[in-house]
Structures are given as structure tokens and as C-alpha cells.
Design a protein around this ligand. Structure first.
Ligand SMILES: [Zn+2]
Length: 335
């Protein structure tokens, strides 16, 4: 008995200790429902307000910079008018990615998206898109009455406004290799590595597809305006290329492909017999993303050089082809 007593005392102490711990910890049940409700309905932390962008000021400042360039190139017949443009996003350097949509009064009018200066050093292409706006608004508005036209004249403003103009954007990425095409993961970097050393820096597709805001902007234009066709103006290779889906199992795409080819040759003919080619497309290129993968016929006009003094001559060469492609209606509509 002598030895049992301390043991009993010890056991009773332990039991007391356990019950004390439980009391301190509280009951082993879920917290009352009211607490959960309270947590959900509690006033959320106030989020800081989005910084307000003064769009008018941004556009005024941007157009002033662009007009300074236009004057330097001797382009006195075009102007960047800040009231004519709008934007939804800024480039990495804070330049607005401008665009404008001109809507026809005709219902079910065909829609064409024109994009220029995707490569910042292809300066004459900026002239072409801005000159097209002048034609639509002032010179020959009656010509475009049956067409919806969307224009993004300077897709890569940072490359265009750089001290030494660059093909790439300010992150060093070729925007015509950055589209999230199906072959991007597997082939974009490997095909870039095969590019000649002197061109390699100019054609870097990025570490990730669709990483660039200028690429996202182009995709947004495609998704928002759902163009029936796209015209992208580049330089200096001197040919007109067209890309359309290679899906030969679908009758609709077979017709679209035939009509696209005929239209491309017609455009070439109207442009002083400019050479037409069916050039290959690249991983991450617009022709691949829009033309091949989405079946949106994509025409790439490659002007023959970048000399600013040739800009108005290029306009005269291509103006009827640009009108022709804008007005062209495909006879088949996809279901
Ligand atoms: Zn280009």
C-alpha cells in the first residue's frame, strides 16, 4: 500500500493535467458556425484604387513623339492625330498600343484588320497604315463604305521610337515569333537557334509564348473584332505572302483557301505586278496563329525597302490592293 499511494497520486495528477490541457485548448470541435459566417461577410481589405490614366494626355504626348518622327522622314502628308486613336494597354516603355475601328453602315459588312510596324525598324509600314486612315476618312471615304476596317498602325511603338530602331520590342523579343502557336513549345527556340548568328538577336521568340503585351494586343484585336481577314505590312523582302489553314478535310476551308489565293494574286496584279508567294510560316508567327491555326486568311505585304522617301510611292502602288482586300467578301461563311 505504501508504494501504491504515490502512484495513485501521480495518476490523478496526470488526469488533472490532461483535463487542464483540454480546457486550455478548448473543445475538440469545429468553431461555431457564426464565426465562419463572420469571416466570410467581414468587410474586405480595401484594395488600392487603379491608377487613373489620363488617356487624352497619353495620346497627345505619344502623337507628338510620332509626329516628330514623321517630320524627320519628310512625311508631311500624314499626321498622328491623337483624337483619332484609342488604346487599352501600354507598351513596356509606356507607349499606348493604338488602334481604331471604322464601322461600315452596311449590316454584315466584311471586317479586315490591318496591322503595321510589328517590327519597329520597318518604318515605312507605319506610313502605310496612317495613310490608309487618311484615305478612309478624308480622301476617298465612299470607297470604303461596304467594309469594317480595324487599324493598328504601330504595334511595336518601343522599337519604332527607339534611338536606333529595332525589329524587336524593348524586351528584345520578335513579336512575330511570340504568338502561342501549337508548335511553339517544341520548335520556337530550336528553329531560332538555327537562325544565322547575325540575325539571331533580332528574331528571339521569347522564353515563353505570348509573353509580350504587344502580342497579347494583337490577339485581343483578333478576338475582339473577329476579322474575316488580316493584312500585316512588313518590309523589306518585296513580296506578298498569304497564309490560310492547310485543313483540306473541311470544305469551307478549301473554298476559303482558294478564294484567298485568288485574292492574293489579284492584289499583286493591282500593285504593279508585285510578286506573290506562298511562303512558309514560323512557330509563333501571325500567319501561323491566325491563318494556319484559326483559318483567318492572313496577307503579309513585304515592301521592298525601308527608305522613308519611298513611302508615298508604296502607297500609290498598294492603295487599290488595300481597298480590294478591305472590300472582298468571302462567299462561304464558317458555321
Ligand atoms: Zn517584319
Amino acid at each position: 500500500m505504501k508504494t501504491i499511494l504515490p502512484l495513485l497520486f501521480l495518476l490523478s495528477s496526470c488526469t488533472q493535467f490532461v483535463s487542464w490541457v483540454q480546457k486550455e485548448k478548448g473543445p475538440q470541435v469545429s468553431p461555431p458556425a457564426i464565426e465562419a459566417t463572420a469571416a466570410v461577410t467581414a468587410t474586405p481589405e480595401p484594395t488600392p484604387p487603379e491608377p487613373q490614366i489620363d488617356k487624352t494626355k497619353v495620346l497627345d504626348e505619344y502623337c507628338a513623339k510620332i509626329n516628330e518622327r514623321f517630320k524627320r522622314y519628310g512625311w508631311f502628308d500624314i499626321i498622328c492625330n491623337s483624337k483619332r486613336w484609342t488604346f487599352e494597354r501600354l507598351s513596356p516603355e509606356g507607349n499606348p498600343l493604338i488602334f481604331q475601328a471604322f464601322n461600315s453602315k452596311v449590316t454584315n459588312a466584311t471586317t479586315t484588320l490591318f496591322m503595321c510596324t510589328v517590327h519597329g525598324d520597318e518604318l515605312v509600314t507605319a506610313y502605310m497604315c496612317v495613310r490608309l486612315v487618311k484615305d478612309i476618312l478624308f480622301d476617298n471615304p465612299e470607297k470604303y463604305e461596304n467594309a469594317n476596317i480595324v487599324i493598328a498602325p504601330i504595334v511595336n511603338p518601343d522599337g519604332f521610337l527607339a534611338k536606333t530602331q529595332t525589329r524587336t520590342n524593348s524586351n528584345g523579343i520578335d513579336l512575330n515569333r511570340n504568338f502561342p502557336t501549337k508548335d511553339w513549345e517544341e520548335h520556337a527556340l530550336s528553329s531560332w537557334q538555327r537562325v544565322k548568328k547575325k540575325d539571331r538577336q533580332r528574331r528571339f521568340p521569347g522564353d515563353k509564348a505570348n509573353s509580350e503585351i504587344e502580342t497579347q494586343f494583337q490577339i485581343w484585336l483578333l478576338e475582339t473584332f473577329k476579322p474575316d481577314k488580316v493584312v500585316s505590312i512588313h518590309s523589306p523582302y518585296g513580296f506578298l505572302d498569304f497564309d490560310v489553314t492547310a485543313n483540306t478535310l473541311n470544305q469551307h476551308f478549301i473554298y476559303v483557301s482558294q478564294e484567298t489565293k485568288a485574292l492574293a494574286y489579284n492584289m499583286g496584279k493591282q500593285s504593279r505586278n508585285f510578286p506573290v508567294v506562298d511562303f512558309k510560316f514560323f512557330p509563333g508567327s501571325l500567319g501561323n496563329y491566325a491563318g494556319n491555326e484559326r483559318g483567318i486568311p492572313t496577307f503579309t505585304i513585304e515592301l521592298s525597302d525601308n527608305r522613308p522617301e519611298n513611302a508615298s510611292n508604296y502607297w500609290r502602288t498598294f492603295k487599290s490592293a488595300l481597298k480590294a482586300v478591305a472590300e472582298f467578301r468571302y462567299t462561304t461563311k464558317s458555321e
